[in-house]
Design a protein around this ligand. Structure first.
Ligand code: NAP
Length: 526
């Protein structure tokens, strides 16, 4: 398929007339053709009107038909072949292997949501049958199912140009829930976005879904994006990016006459806690695996391990030596965009110049102006408490080790941290009593607690939580990865004393969809 620089509004390809976006080759800085025309007011209006008119039809699509639609998107993405991979590598600077595995994840997520839709448990059916004999008053008949919220605006992520962008997790979970989607592309990968959008558009057509089920908009500034979030027909937002961007969209959504939920995945330093027995037994080895995790994908993961906490000891020095040895072999890596590289280098330079921080190790020096060098710093617990600027995420391959006087001081530091996507503990059997004291604080602060690992590498499954208290996300009650992500775009509706022929199929007495349902509080298998 050819990239034409066009938005996809329903089934039309539209060349935007409101300014333009240029794709940049991440590794060379060269402009890549063609230009992408930005959306004007009329394009936004058209996409929103189409999405709204599609909603009632799309949400009533049968579960098998919706599942087949998601599977068709997955197949169409695969059918894009090497063209998609090459364009994505050029626009993102990510390696060929990484982009291929990200495509696998994108396709896998769509197929997982297809199976979730087919099974139907997401409808959350509950039935409390009427009881005319109940004393002192008869009981009414109550039947509950979850319904989709309405059209969803999705902001593609810079760091996952496939798996968290146009046809990524937010889009897949919203479409699975029964919500039309309008994607505002990330300006760093417009060609990749157009290709992925063509795959979705074709699936809409081939599967006979209503035209407005999906649209893609380019925005040459921020006006259209903000008006998309403010549009009365948009009922939820999915976002991955900076704390500033996510928080701005949360405020916009809250100020609407009808406030709507924003599911923003933002910043996290993902603390790693090294316990004494684990350090005594394998400090260098942990240091080396940490260095590999820190530098994976140029450190541009929301789950990157940016903060190490441990009791000060010769064993901690051995961990730092292991990490330094790993980093010494770590090549500088191309970052996603010039702005992201600049932000990284500014933050690293500011940390290096900080009075309370020492540089401990660094990666191989960059060979080009588009690459960045990994960096490891060390500070004390006392300095970390006094200088809250050291708690902030550096997006890229940089981390800070905090030397704590004892486990009690380490626990106090954990209590001082913001909300996190992940927290990792490295422990051996002798550490179990110590780590048990930390678990309540780790649960309060993070969405996922890992043992003897690092948060990078997020499994897409049914028990995954990729979420956490603010500012790691805007709403710690949800996850943006895994099948539970569908819940973000649903709300419950209860039907009281409704005649059977008026009830939706999911709630009819004969259970024609063969759903698992909770009847009188007990699970009844379909
Ligand atoms: P970003 O600047 O937050 O942008 C993400 C998307 O939101 C882009 O499409 C952007 O459009 C849009 N946007 C941002 N602020 C907006 C606003 N006030 N109104 C309307 N739209 C807005 O994130 P990024 O470009 O991916 O990277 C910048 C920084 O974000 C990184 O250096 C890093 O610190 C952080 N980041 C964190 C994660 C994570 O997972 N934790 C992931 C990626 C990035 P425009 O670009 O056109 O403004």
């Amino acid at each position: 398929m050819r990239i034409e620089g066009k938005m996809l509004i329903g089934q039309r390809a539209v060349l935007g007339t409101n300014g333009s976006i240029r794709a940049i080759h991440a590794a060379t800085g060269e402009t890549i053709e063609p230009p992408f025309g930005g959306a004007a007011d009329a394009d936004l209006e058209c996409a929103c009107a189409l999405a709204w008119s599609a909603f009632d039809t799309y949400r009533e699509s049968s579960l098998p038909a919706r599942a087949e639609f998601l599977e068709a998107i997955a197949q169409n993405i695969l059918d894009l072949g090497d063209g998609l991979i090459e364009r994505c590598v050029a626009e993102s600077g990510l390696s060929h292997g990484r982009v291929e595995s990200e495509r696998g994840r994108t396709v896998g997520q769509l197929r997982m949501f297809a199976s979730v839709v087919r099974q139907g448990d997401f409808l959350g059916v509950r039935i409390d049958p009427a009881d005319s004999e109940r004393k002192p008053l008869p009981r009414v008949d109550l039947r509950l199912r979850y319904v989709p919220l309405g059209p969803v605006a999705v902001f593609g992520a810079s760091n996952f140009p496939l798996a968290f962008s146009v046809a990524g997790g937010d889009t897949a979970s919203a479409l699975a829930a029964g919500c039309p989607v309008i994607v505002k592309t990330h300006p760093a990968h417009p060609g990749t976005s157009e290709l992925a959008a063509l795959a979705v558009q074709k699936a809409v057509r081939d599967c006979g879904m209503p035209e407005g089920t999906f649209s893609l908009l380019f925005d040459s500034g921020r006006d259209i994006a903000q008006r998309l979030v403010g549009d009365r027909r948009i009922k939820a937002v999915g976002f991955t990016g900076s704390r500033g961007g996510g928080t701005a969209l949360m405020k916009l959504a809250a100020q609407r006459p009808e406030p709507i939920p924003v599911y923003a995945e933002m910043s996290s330093v993902n603390p790693v806690l090294l316990f004494p027995a684990a350090l005594a037994n394998r400090a260098e080895a942990i240091g080396r695996t940490f260095a590999a995790s820190l530098t994976l994908g140029a450190g541009q993961f929301c789950t990157n391990p940016g903060l190490i906490l441990a009791v000060d000891s010769p064993d901690l020095d051995r961990f730092i030596e292991g990490a330094a040895a790993g980093l010494a072999d770590a090549p500088a890596a191309t970052m996603l965009t010039p702005d992201i590289r600049k932000a990284y280098e500014t933050a690293v330079a500011r940390t290096a110049a900080h009075d309370a921080v020492q540089a401990a190790a660094s990666g191989i020096e960059p060979k080009t102006a588009h690459e960045a060098q990994a960096a490891l710093f060390v500070t004390t617990a006392d300095a970390f408490v006094r200088h809250t600027e050291l708690h902030e995420e550096i997006f890229g391959a940089a981390a800070l080790v905090v030397r704590c006087p004892d486990l009690a001081a380490m626990l106090a530091l954990v209590e001082s941290l913001d909300g996190q996507l992940t927290a990792a503990v490295h422990i051996d059997a002798a550490d179990h009593p110590g780590v048990r004291m930390f678990l309540p604080a780790l649960e309060r602060r993070s969405g996922r607690i890992l043992v003897n690992g690092f948060g990078t590498g997020v499994e897409v499954g049914h028990a995954m939580v990729h979420g956490g208290p603010y500012p790691s996300t805007s709403d710690g009650r949800s996850t943006s990865v895994g099948s539970l992500a569908i819940d973000r775009f649903l709300r419950p509706v209860s039907y009281q004393d409704m005649p059977d022929d008026l009830l939706p199929d999911a709630l009819k007495e004969s259970n024609p969809l063969a759903l698992n349902r909770r009847v009188n509080g007990l699970m009844s298998l379909g």
